[in-house]
Design a protein around this ligand. Structure first.
Ligand code: AMP
Ligand code: MG
Length: 317
């Protein structure tokens, strides 16, 4: 068990000493360390068991501070930052050498975000360095959206969890890169693509890759429970094995014990569905079921990011 609380001074002291602290963000909980301290960054990879080729996002609290770490801030990136920061949007920008290569897995771009959670923003304001913070889960497993999720898996390995309640958005940030005049979506996430396009026009979707070194971290298999996950349209879900658990969009399947069913949003609201996604996957994973059968949600708005997570959770290895 890690000490858990909402004391910024405690979090700050550990971070300044180079130790790691789990932090609340509006997307998912992060495992944070001083992004400019190689030892801290190295221990992030160790604690998560994360491969060194999968780069980290750095978090800070103002565009002025971002300018310390990047060589260039393209016009479209500026427009997006102005509109959506603080928020669930990560921008890939050319890095300055002050950012350790360990953070970016040797790439010449660094992923930056200004998160929206008030407790974290205050912490970032008070720190003299940015925080490198991937999701606070063992590599490949479901991301944590509550302090207790972090404690269950990493509690023995870190000194403090800064508890900021449940993560409002519930899925990771949308990641965008800029090449020539094109805006490329590296990861679908908590900021709806339609909102992005309404500010800067059409964007290009990058396909997943499990091996392309130019696109680290876009691994096909990710966000996965321990139980096998079968993903399908609603009509095809019933008729599976008797001991299955069900993750459904907005209503129960008749004739199946409700104890083993979770409804992402009874109202059919995709924001609510994203908020509940990882917590419900964890609940189903810890039930005595042989497999999880999940329903594809409508392919619109945040539904794209939700289905992306479910698809990657359903891929083995
Ligand atoms: P996490 O913080 O666990 O959500 O993971 C951060 C993700 O950001 C990685 O898995 C990568 O997909 C992505 N990322 C970070 N930096 C870069 C970069 N320079 N180029 C491409 N993707 C990146
Ligand atoms: Mg992650």
């Amino acid at each position: 068990m890690a000490a858990t609380g909402s004391d910024l001074n405690v979090a700050k002291e550990f971070l300044i000493k180079g130790e790691l602290v789990a932090i609340p963000t509006e997307t998912v909980y992060g495992l944070a360390g001083n992004a400019l301290n190689e030892k801290s960054v190295l221990s992030i990879f160790e604690v998560k068991n994360r491969p060194a080729f999968d780069p980290l996002i750095i978090h800070t609290d103002s565009v002025d501070k971002v300018a310390i770490y990047v060589l260039d801030f393209p016009e479209k990136a500026k427009k997006l930052a102005q509109k959506f920061w603080p928020g669930p949007l990560t921008l890939l920008l050319p890095k300055k050498s002050i950012v350790p290569d360990l953070v970016t897995s040797g790439l010449d771009t660094v992923a930056v975000r200004i998160p929206k959670h008030p407790l974290l923003l205050e912490l970032l304001r008070q720190l003299p360095f940015p925080l490198a913070a991937p999701s606070a889960n063992p590599f490949g497993y479901i991301s944590p959206t509550k302090a207790a999720h972090v404690d269950q898996q990493l509690g023995g390995k870190i000194p403090y969890i800064l508890d900021g309640g449940e993560c409002e958005v519930g899925i990771e940030s949308t990641i965008l890169g800029f090449e020539n005049d094109e805006v490329i979506v590296y990861r679908l996430g908590g900021l709806d693509i339609n909102e992005i396009e309404s500010v800067i026009g059409p964007v290009v979707l990058m396909p997943h890759s499990s091996s392309d070194p130019k696109a680290p971290g876009m691994l096909k298999s990710h966000y996965a429970p321990r139980k096998p996950l079968h993903l399908d349209h609603r009509e095809a879900l019933a008729g599976g094995p008797d001991n299955a658990g069900y993750l459904l969009f907005n209503r129960y399947i008749e004739g199946i014990d409700k104890t083993y069913q979770r409804i992402l949003s009874p109202e059919g609201d995709l924001k609510e569905a994203a908020h509940n996604l990882f917590a419900y996957l964890r609940e189903l994973d810890s039930m005595p079921v042989g497999e999880i059968r999940a329903e594809l949600v409508p392919m619109q708005g945040l539904g794209l990011a939700i289905n992306d997570r479910l698809q990657r959770a359903s891929v083995t290895a």
